[in-house]
Design a binder for this molecule. Structure first.
Ligand code: OVV
Length: 403
């Protein structure tokens, strides 16, 4: 790493529990140290924490590849923790083929078609949550709303059975943990997932997928020769890996933002048509996927600074979304802001392929909430689920005051 000797080094561990619990002071330090920094504990890594460099890295997929993994491990030299994702951890031409399939499966037309069913379920979930809230004085937002809604609507869309769906949460937690170091958070999530791993892969079999659902449509693409029949279950696995923990915790983060900002919630309640942008701003303010890596494919540069081939580039997506160089009043949650250019879904050719569905879920839950509830209050301390990549909750107790 001699050639990186001009890059400032920080003695901070982004995966230490205190930084997972509250990453924002660390983000500020990283951004203010320089456009590229190094970490004492991770000599193979350089870090970008400002919006400009992260945007540049993500929009240069030839130089900053994904096929060597988007976590800390370099798959050119280390065995992947699980067989590589055919879309997340892939480059052209494989990525081009798998991306085309998932783009079609989750196209704008699909989003229009699923909207009515998703909306009805959002209303049902909120009605039920409000009933529980009336009975008990408060609810756990994660248990009553954030977990059940995507587990119902997105898993139904994929076309998997109703039974055992909570296994998906353990799997997603493990996958996102695996992008960090082999620390205790990761090891514990692996222990929890072992009993359900076989179940997860079984759900990817064609026989277990509802005809016409997203999973079955992937199999149809394999039948048509776009990918092989062996690749089909692996691409279904991507939907099961990326589509639940992400949206679930984004619903958690959104209500956390709104409960922290009663004046912003009052605006949403007064005008529920602000739901979509309130959700979008929550993604900026508390980005659910906090980090992804790329790998330098060749000797290159970032912000004019030479970077050696095979360097892992840690992109602090959540920090880009709080970068004062990009956002006025970056730390302020403001639902009137239209945070165009935020990086919570990534950006570039690997930008979240399911983002329209994620936005739909957020919009519908916040709309149903805004119509029913005039005020949200924290009803006791929340508990975070520390994850190497995700900003996540175990429990988030809130009191919903009916309109
Ligand atoms: C975006 C994302 C996160 C986690 C897993 C995957 C994708 C996957 O393709 O497996």
């Amino acid at each position: 790493m001699n050639e990186h000797s001009d890059i400032p080094v920080l003695d901070v561990d982004p995966y230490a529990p205190e930084n997972l619990a509250d990453p924002y002071p660390m983000h500020t330090l990283m951004r203010d140290t320089g456009p590229v920094v190094r970490l004492k504990a991770y000599p193979t890594v350089v870090v970008c924490a400002r919006h400009q460099e992260i945007h540049a890295v993500f929009n240069n997929a030839q130089t900053f590849i994904s096929g060597a993994g988007v976590g800390l491990a370099n798959f050119n030299t280390e065995e992947p923790f699980r067989p590589k994702s055919l879309i997340l951890e892939a480059d052209a031409p494989l990525h081009t083929a798998t991306r085309a399939i998932l783009s079609r499966v989750m196209s704008p037309k699909t989003v229009m078609q699923i909207r009515a069913d998703f909306a009805a379920e959002a209303e049902r979930v909120l009605d039920q949550a409000l009933e529980r809230n009336q009975a008990n004085g408060s609810i756990d937002w994660m248990a009553e709303v954030a977990n059940p809604f995507p587990l119902k609507v997105f898993a139904d869309s994929i076309g998997i059975a109703a039974q055992g769906r909570e296994n998906l949460l353990l799997y997603g937690d493990m996958v996102f943990n695996s992008m960090g170091p082999r620390n205790e958070v990761f090891e514990k999530s692996v222990e929890r997932v072992i009993p359900v791993t076989q179940w997860i892969m079984q759900q990817c079999d064609r026989a277990n997928l509802r005809p016409g659902g997203f999973g079955d449509q992937i199999w149809q693409a394999a039948e048509a020769g776009e990918i092989t029949m062996e690749q089909a279950p692996m691409l279904v696995r991507s939907l099961l890996s990326a589509g639940l923990d992400t949206t679930i915790n984004s619903l958690g983060n959104a209500i956390y933002a709104l409960a922290h900002h009663p004046e912003e919630y009052a605006k949403l309640h007064a005008d529920p048509s602000l739901a979509r942008q309130a959700f979008e701003e929550a993604l900026r303010w508390e980005s659910t996927v906090q980090t992804f890596f790329r790998t330098a494919n060749t000797d290159c540069e970032i912000a004019g600074i030479p970077i050696q081939a095979q360097t892992k580039v840690l992109c602090m997506l959540a920090s880009a979304n709080r970068d004062p160089r990009k956002w006025p009043n970056a730390d302020t949650y403001d639902i009137a802001r239209k945070p165009v250019g935020h990086t919570a879904f990534g950006t570039g050719i690997h930008g979240c392929v399911g983002q329209a569905i994620a936005r739909l879920e957020g919009e519908l839950i916040l709309t149903a909430l805004a119509k029913r509830v005039k005020r949200i209050e924290f009803a006791g301390p929340h508990s975070r689920r520390l994850n190497n990549t995700l900003r996540a909750f175990d429990t988030l107790p809130v009191r919903l005051v009916a309109a």
